[in-house]
Design a protein around this ligand. Structure first.
Ligand SMILES: [Zn+2]
Ligand SMILES: [Zn+2]
Length: 342
C-alpha cells in the first residue's frame, strides 16, 4: 500500500507501451497522423460520416435543448424544488468523478490500482456521464497525451493557424467540434488501449455503453417520480438530473480540452500549451490543474500545491487510507523541482 513516485515520461501507458513523445522535445511528425486518411495535412481530423456526425450532434445539442426546456419550464411554472437541485448535484458528482477518477486517472493513466469490481464500477459511473464509450474515451485521451498540441492531437485548439478567426475556429474544434470528426468516430483502440482491451469485465461494461446512457436518464426520471409521485416530477427528474446534468458535465470536461490549453498559468515545462485554470479545477474535480497533469501524466494527484484543491485526489487518498487503492503514484519532490519553470 505504498505511494510510488512516478517517472516523468510523458508518453508512458500503464503497460509501459510508449508513444512518440520524449520529455522536453516535441513529438516526431507522427506517421499515424499523416498517413491516416482521417487527418488533413495540418493534422486536423476530417469530418466523420453523416451517421456518426448525427449521433454526436444529438449528444451535443440534446442536453442543451434539455437545459432550455428546464429553464423555460421553471420560468413559466415558477416551480423548482430543492430535491431536484440535490439530484442535479448528486448525479453530476457521481458521473463526473466516474470520468475523472475512473476513465482518466485509473484507466487511461493507471495512476493507482484498485480491486477489479471497483474498476468496473468507476467505469460504469463514468459511462453515466454520456461522454462516450469508456475504452474509446481512454484511447482518444492517450492520443491527446502522445501528440498534445501537435498535428494529430484529437482536440488541440492550436492547429488552425494564426489570427482571431482561426483562434475562434480552434477553440470550437478543441471544445466540441472535434466530436463531429474521425478523431472521435475512428479511434485506434488496438494502438492506444491494448491493455484495457484484455480486461474482459471492462470490455463487457464498454459494450453495454448505450444501456448505460439510457440508465443515466432513467435513474433521475425514476427518482423524480418517487420524490413527487407525479409525472411532472418524473419530467423534472429527467430534465435536471438527466439532461441539464449531462450538459454541465460535457462542457466542464470539454473546457479542460479547450480552456485549459489556452487560458491559465504554466508552472511546469511540457511539450504542449496546457495550463492550470482555477475555475476549471474547481468545477472539474481537480482536472483543471491541467499543466500539472501534462507534466506528470501518471500522477493520481493533479493539484500538486497544497492550495490547489483537487477533489478527485481527496477521494483517491481516502480510498488509499481505506485499503481500496494502492500503488498510488505521485511525483517526487525532486521530479517537481526538475520540471518547474525557473
Ligand atoms: Zn490536455
Ligand atoms: Zn490525461
Amino acid at each position: 500500500m505504498s505511494t510510488s513516485s512516478l517517472n516523468t515520461d510523458l508518453s508512458q501507458t500503464p503497460n509501459n507501451q510508449t508513444f512518440s513523445v520524449t520529455p522536453g522535445e516535441p513529438p516526431e511528425d507522427d506517421a499515424v497522423a499523416f498517413e491516416n486518411p482521417h487527418y488533413d495535412e495540418l493534422g486536423i481530423a476530417r469530418l466523420a460520416g453523416w451517421k456518426d456526425r448525427s449521433i454526436m450532434l444529438l449528444a451535443i445539442v440534446g442536453p442543451f435543448l434539455g437545459l432550455l426546456v428546464a429553464l423555460g419550464y421553471c420560468w413559466t411554472t415558477g416551480w423548482f424544488s430543492w430535491p431536484f437541485l440535490v439530484l442535479l448535484v448528486g448525479a453530476w458528482v457521481v458521473s463526473g468523478m466516474g470520468v475523472t477518477i475512473g476513465f482518466h486517472r485509473l484507466l487511461t493513466h493507471g495512476s493507482f490500482e484498485t480491486y477489479r469490481p471497483i474498476r468496473a464500477f468507476l467505469m460504469f459511473c463514468g459511462a453515466l456521464s454520456v461522454e462516450g464509450s469508456p475504452l474509446l474515451w481512454c484511447a482518444v485521451h492517450r492520443r491527446h497525451h502522445a501528440l498534445s498540441d501537435h498535428p494529430g492531437d484529437p482536440h488541440s485548439p492550436h492547429l488552425h493557424g494564426e489570427g482571431l478567426w482561426n483562434a475562434i475556429k480552434g477553440f470550437w474544434y478543441g471544445h466540441c467540434g472535434w466530436l463531429l470528426t474521425h478523431a472521435w468516430s475512428s479511434p485506434d483502440l488496438k494502438r492506444y488501449v491494448p491493455d484495457l482491451m484484455q480486461e474482459k469485465l471492462l470490455v463487457a461494461v464498454d459494450r453495454m455503453y448505450y444501456l448505460w446512457v439510457i440508465t443515466s436518464l432513467a435513474i433521475p426520471t425514476g427518482i423524480g417520480y418517487l420524490i413527487t409521485g407525479t409525472w411532472q416530477g418524473a419530467v423534472m427528474g429527467l430534465l435536471w438530473g438527466g439532461l441539464v446534468r449531462i450538459f454541465l458535465g460535457h462542457h466542464i470536461t470539454w473546457s479542460i480540452n479547450s480552456v485549459c490549453h489556452i487560458f491559465g498559468g504554466r508552472p511546469y515545462r511540457t511539450t504542449d500549451r496546457s495550463t492550470n485554470n482555477l475555475i476549471c479545477a474547481l468545477l472539474g474535480f481537480g482536472e483543471g490543474w491541467h499543466n500539472n497533469h501534462h507534466a506528470f501524466p501518471t500522477s493520481a494527484r493533479h493539484g500538486l500545491a497544497w492550495w490547489q484543491l483537487d477533489t478527485s485526489w481527496l477521494v483517491i487518498l481516502t480510498m488509499k487510507k481505506l485499503g481500496l487503492a494502492w500503488n498510488v503514484k505521485v511525483p517526487s519532490q525532486r521530479a517537481l523541482e526538475q520540471r518547474r519553470v525557473q
